[in-house]
Design a protein around this ligand. Structure first.
Ligand code: ADP
Ligand code: MG
Length: 488
């Protein structure tokens, strides 16, 4: 990059707001008892309610409301008491009713925030505008038949929460970090599987640029169809540059919706917003408002699971784990759950973390298993850790021999296996002292050199004793005894 090139982009500041849709893990749809599941045979979970036939009536899914409240509590939002539903009217082939039942002026949550973790321990508080409940449309499949678009209405009516942020992101990287937290949060709350590839977490990005320090935002462009967090980041960064280039060339920025081409790494225009749809929102006449009482909120508060931020604080502050380790452990809540169980049996938090992310993770990866399929009781791992801490087995013996053997015969204890494999270290100091004396007797001159300041010779002595012990001496104790003996 030359200097001129740098300075053009440095004149501008970007403004980004994200709209995320999360598909809820309810058994049934938002306003009907149709099953809501991914991957069913096309058009099998579609009743007359989903199709909006005359005379049918929608009913609000209470579990979806509960999930919305859970998320609201988790992000410290204000939860609305009187929730109305609204019809958003538009025509599309995969929208069988001709309208979507959503929330317009009365979103269930207002405000709240999510803390995004950027590089080097830096965080950014992302304020949320609102979260509202709505239903999904069906799916148009363009890539199955070469000539026709196919329609699968199974997804029509599936419950969604839409999370809208304030325009507070400044880069693709910040958006990426935020999305990572959103996914973690909804997974910990057990309200969405967070799977972006299957479309259960979708994100639209609104992007504009303005001269640095300007009070007025530029015209925003909406980008859709990004199927991974990385692509959201790429799309945003591409779009920022594209808009600056336009402004620099004195060309206008069109208010439009664009799509991201992940292969070419660029955005392209889908439709103009100049003559945007008028959705003609009006209150849904077939649904009574849903009232959420403080008592109900308190009930949900009482059954809230531990949240990622709490866990992160516990790991880093109480357990003194590094941030990287903490984030690795927490990434999947099932892994964190195993770790949490493990540390009820040992207080060597660091070692416990190393075991979960080292040998256990490697074992699972090699076999393409998940932690839920890991059958070894955490007590057994805790026992290995304490055997190491007591100097009875070495780290290497524990991870390379004892752990694999334990996985084969899980009824045995680590101590039994260590004995059977003859891996118990010699940590009896009397016996060790004899070996030390024997070893030192071989090097009278070297001892003099050591005493004259050539302390690097310590390794030689220790190595000799280790040889005599056939590798079974506890290295820590051995070091100590050799030093003491030399200083006598
Ligand atoms: P619309 O009426 O087009 O839906 P909203 O005001 O509801 O727009 O905002 C939608 C999203 O766009 C929000 O996440 C908001 O933060 C973001 N946003 C609004 N204005 C801008 C802007 N000028 N630049 C970037 N993002 C913006
Ligand atoms: Mg809007």
């Amino acid at each position: 990059m030359n200097r001129k090139f740098m300075s053009v982009y440095d004149k501008y500041e970007s403004v980004i707001g994200l709209e995320c849709h999360i598909q809820l893990l309810t058994k049934t749809k938002m306003y009907s008892s149709d099953v809501a599941e991914y991957g069913a045979l096309p058009n099998t979970n579609v009743s007359v309610v989903t199709l909006g036939h005359p005379g049918t009536l929608p009913v609000v899914n209470a579990r979806a409301v509960e999930f919305a409240v859970k998320l609201g509590i988790a992000v410290n939002a204000d939860i609305r008491e009187e929730n109305q539903f609204a019809r958003k009217n538009y025509f599309y082939a995969d929208l069988p009713k001709g309208y979507q039942i959503t929330q317009d002026k009365t979103p269930i949550c207002n405000g709240g925030y999510i803390i995004a973790k950027l590089k080097d321990g830096i965080t950014k508080k992302i304020n949320l505008t609102r979260i509202h409940m709505e239903e999904d449309a069906g799916k148009s499949l363009h890539d199955i038949d070469p000539f026709e678009t196919l329609i699968d209405l199974n997804r029509a009516g599936t419950p969604l929460l839409e999370i809208v942020t304030e325009p507070e992101f400044r880069s693709g990287e910040e958006a990426y970090a935020y999305l990572t937290e959103v996914r973690k949060l909804v997974r910990y709350l057990d309200i969405c599987d967070g799977n972006m590839e299957e479309g259960s977490l979708r994100c639209d990005a609104n992007i504009s640029v303005m001269l640095k320090g300007s009070k007025e935002f530029g015209k925003k462009v909406e980008v859709k169809n990004m199927n991974s967090f990385r692509n959201v980041q790429r799309a945003i960064d591409f779009e920022i540059k594209r808009q600056i280039d336009l402004i620099e060339a004195s060309e206008p920025i069109a208010g439009e919706t664009r799509s991201f081409d992940a292969v070419k790494g660029l955005t392209f225009s889908l439709r103009s917003k100049e003559n945007a749809n008028d959705y003609r929102y009006f209150p849904e006449p077939d649904l009574q408002p849903v009232f959420i009482t403080q008592e109900y909120i308190n009930k949900i508060k009482a059954i809230m699971p531990v949240l990622p931020d709490e866990l992160f604080n516990k790991y880093t502050k109480e357990y003194k784990l590094g941030e990287y380790d903490a984030l690795q452990l927490m990434d999947l809540k099932e892994v964190a759950a195993y770790y949490n169980k493990l540390v009820t049996f040992t207080s060597n938090y660091k070692s416990a973390a190393n075991w979960v992310m080292g040998p256990i993770k490697a074992y699972l990866n090699e076999r393409a298993l998940t932690i839920s399929e890991f059958t070894l009781e955490p007590q057994k791992i805790a026992e290995i850790i304490s055997l190491i801490d007591e100097g009875k087995i070495s780290n290497a013996a524990a991870s390379q021999s004892i752990f694999p053997e334990l996985m084969k015969s899980q009824i045995k204890t680590a101590q039994q296996i260590a004995k059977e494999l003859d891996l118990l270290q010699n940590s009896n100091s009397n016996e060790l002292q004899d070996l030390v004396n024997e070893a030192l007797a071989k090097f009278p001159e070297k001892i003099t050199e050591y005493k004259n300041g050539k302390v690097g010779l310590l390794g030689l002595f220790v190595g000799e004793v280790m040889k005599l012990s056939k590798g079974k001496a506890d290295p820590k104790l051995l070091n100590q005894i050799v030093k003491e003996t030399l200083e006598k």
